[in-house]
Design a protein around this ligand. Structure first.
Ligand SMILES: *[C@@H]1O[C@H](CO)[C@@H](O)[C@H](O)[C@H]1NC(C)=O
Ligand SMILES: *[C@@H]1O[C@H](CO)[C@@H](O)[C@H](O)[C@H]1NC(C)=O
Ligand SMILES: *[C@@H]1O[C@H](CO)[C@@H](O)[C@H](O)[C@H]1NC(C)=O
Ligand SMILES: *[C@@H]1O[C@H](CO)[C@@H](O)[C@H](O)[C@H]1NC(C)=O
Ligand SMILES: *[C@@H]1O[C@H](CO)[C@@H](O)[C@H](O)[C@H]1NC(C)=O
Ligand SMILES: *[C@@H]1O[C@H](CO)[C@@H](O)[C@H](O)[C@H]1NC(C)=O
Ligand SMILES: *[C@@H]1O[C@H](CO)[C@@H](O)[C@H](O)[C@H]1NC(C)=O
Length: 566
């Protein structure tokens, strides 16, 4: 073993005032790999992120554990596939703040471990991993119960309803059900009234019970969906709700200012700060001064504003002389959204040469995301790593850097990135990666160490709308049922020469049989490591429950605006 690089690493790691490094993790929401200058986009201006890439290592084969928010983020924070933590189950993401599903309390985030190692831990921005379990204020899934000392942001995600002028997106998908219940209710009441008025027959009690139940159902749907922005678009500081509904005009500045202030407060370190942008999720809310500036309408404006935010944050790191003692990471939670915004379908994302996007299971465009890691003096500048890496690797990497130990009693899927980043090993530790859509295994990636080819097999893929490359009419492509294509025999691609996943190998070839066999063995082994756990995104666990609704005020009168504009 070559001991010298290792010793040098140790020396450089501890020469920085003998301190543990600060960890700054920046995550964009729904940003595609084709949307940054440093990843080949020539029409969107992202100078600040490009500069970060110049000062560090670009991960060109960086894979999210899922193609939608809640599961991907759970895997990022815990280093474990969502299927292990139960972030699966029918609905693909958490649909409300007021549901009992969320990241289970017995899961361990990197924040929890680093906090035990003396780190100040903060998260600013989007959470989307649940709030409560049993009552309005138990906060069992809240960031402060998952190892973070400080939280400023929204426990949910952006939805169109957060911007008053946009057509509601959740009402749209539930409108059919709403109409159905409303009709049943109206017909029942009308019939009862007619019978009563005409005094035709005496009405049995059962009819009144029926009408009563109908009324309850109707009220439930009405209350849930008519006040969406009050229920879901909320801003919290720690456990306090400070804006309900939140004012979108303030968000970009607030996130920047909160981040700067956290860094300045904690500059004596070590700190772990997770900046989880609301950008560039629909409805692409962009502050006035960035609107109309880009070549890609509101969508591009939103990316350019996000890049500005990154610049402001990095400037603060520099100003506080923390740059060489801070590992800075930038990524996106999964691929860009191709269906486009409700009401404005041309405002949609771009995943470079890769096929597919957000919500499309194992298709490359939904899971291959931009990744950048920079740590001047420790990691080489202006280089790239083309080996397969995972967002889950951040867990293992930062736990080790912070002096923590990995949980031993559970399986951790992330690998330490440092050897690869420093160039002390040539190959990724990920031989296989499993690409789930909900709890269905859609695809598997295999890096064959003997030939260096990266293979990918698809068992399922989404059935796109006729002649399109997206699933219109549903917000996200489904993971199972009639709206997916079941590939039998499975499709096999050589990603090394066909990253577009366009020409599957013939299933008659010898190499096909060999590769499929090898992958099948890996799947069986992986499958044997899974244990059944409660599914967090399932049925009633993901249905609006007014008893769990975070509320500033007396439910149902939830309204407040405690933050003054900055
Ligand atoms: C840059 O990103 C935008 C927004 O997604 C996309 O429309 C455009 O095609 C990309 N341009 C290039 C040259 O990659
Ligand atoms: C930070 O590291 C870089 C690269 O090693 C070095 O050139 C620079 O002088 C260092 N800056 C400080 C403030 O130590
Ligand atoms: C970064 O690398 C690219 C190609 O790998 C090279 O063209 C460029 O000059 C380098 N930039 C710096 C600042 O070293
Ligand atoms: C595979 O890659 C490794 C490291 O990049 C290299 O040493 C080896 O020769 C390659 N093997 C083949 C068969 O190309
Ligand atoms: C897979 O692609 C790589 C890169 O082009 C190539 O070297 C290799 O021969 C291919 N493997 C097969 C079996 O086609
Ligand atoms: C995984 O195991 C379960 C039962 O333990 C089985 O039902 C399922 O078919 C297996 N899946 C695969 C892909 O082998
Ligand atoms: C967490 O608790 C659930 C039961 O609620 C259990 O199934 C699961 O195995 C536990 N997870 C860990 C990592 O202990």
């Amino acid at each position: 073993m070559d001991i010298l690089p290792f010793l040098l690493l140790l020396i450089s790691l501890y020469s920085t005032n003998g301190q543990k490094p600060n960890i700054l993790l920046i995550m964009a929401d729904d940003l595609g790999i084709g949307e940054l200058g440093c990843f080949g986009n020539t029409t969107i201006r992202t100078p600040n992120i490009d500069k970060l890439a110049k000062q560090g290592v670009k991960l060109t084969h960086h894979i999210a554990a899922d193609s939608v928010c809640s599961p991907s983020r759970s895997a990022f924070l815990t280093g474990r596939y969502p299927i292990r933590t139960g972030m699966t189950g029918g609905y693909k993401v958490l649909l409300w703040n007021a549901v009992s599903g969320g990241l289970p309390s017995n899961e361990t985030t990197f924040a929890k471990i680093l906090k035990q190692q003396g780190y100040s831990t903060g998260i600013i921005g989007k959470w989307h991993l649940g709030v409560n379990c049993e009552s309005r204020n138990d906060f069992c899934h809240h960031p402060l119960n998952h190892g973070f000392d400080y939280f400023f942001g929204t426990p949910f995600t952006l939805i169109n309803d957060c911007e008053a002028s946009r057509p509601s997106e959740m009402q749209l998908s539930s409108r059919k059900k709403l109409k159905f219940y409303a009709q049943i209710f109206a017909i029942t009441v009308f019939t009862l009234l007619v019978i009563k008025l005409l005094n035709l027959i005496s009405i049995p009690w059962i009819m009144f019970i029926f009408a009563f139940v109908g009324t309850i159902f109707f009220l439930y749907w009405y209350v849930a969906f008519a006040f969406l922005s009050h229920w879901n678009c909320i801003l919290m500081r720690n456990f306090d709700i400070v804006e309900q509904p939140m004012d979108m005009d303030l968000k970009a500045n607030q996130i920047v200012e909160e981040t700067k202030s956290f860094i300045t407060r904690k500059k004596n370190g070590p700190f772990l700060l997770f900046v989880s942008f609301l950008h560039i999720h629909t409805p692409y809310y962009t502050t006035k001064r960035f609107r109309g500036r880009s070549k890609h309408d509101l969508y591009g404006d939103n990316i350019e504003e996000m890049d500005w935010m990154v610049g402001e944050i990095l400037e603060t790191i520099k100003k506080e002389s923390l740059r060489n003692n801070t590992l800075t990471y930038f990524t996106s939670d999964h691929g860009a959204y191709l269906e486009g915004m409700v009401g404005s379908p041309h405002l949609k994302g771009y995943n470079g040469i890769y096929r597919g996007g957000k919500g499309m299971g194992g298709l490359e465009g939904g899971i291959r995301v931009p990744g950048i890691i920079s740590w001047p003096g420790i990691l080489p500048a202006n280089t790239s790593v083309d080996e397969p890496t995972s967002l889950m690797d951040i867990f293992t990497t930062v736990v080790k850097l912070g002096g923590g130990t990995l949980p031993q009693e559970r399986i951790i899927d992330g690998k330490d990135l440092m050897p690869l980043l420093r160039g002390t090993v040539p190959k990724s530790e990920h031989e296989f990666m499993f690409h789930y859509c909900d709890h269905y295994l859609h695809a598997v990636r295999w890096q064959d160490r003997s030939s260096n080819a990266t293979w990918k097999v698809h068992y399922f893929s989404p059935k796109f709308s006729e002649g399109e490359n997206a699933c219109y009419g549903t917000k996200l492509c489904p993971c199972s049922g009639e709206k997916v294509v079941y590939h039998f025999p499975p499709l096999l691609f050589n990603l090394s020469n066909d990253p577009f996943e366009s020409s599957p190998l013939s299933s008659d070839s010898v190499i096909y049989r060999e590769v499929i066999h090898k992958i099948q063995q890996a799947v069986e082994h992986h499958n044997s490591t899974l244990c059944p756990v409660p599914q967090q995104l399932h049925g009633l666990k993901n249905t609006w429950d007014p008893r769990l609704q975070p509320c500033c005020g007396t439910f149902p009168l939830c309204w407040c605006m405690k933050e003054s504009s900055i």
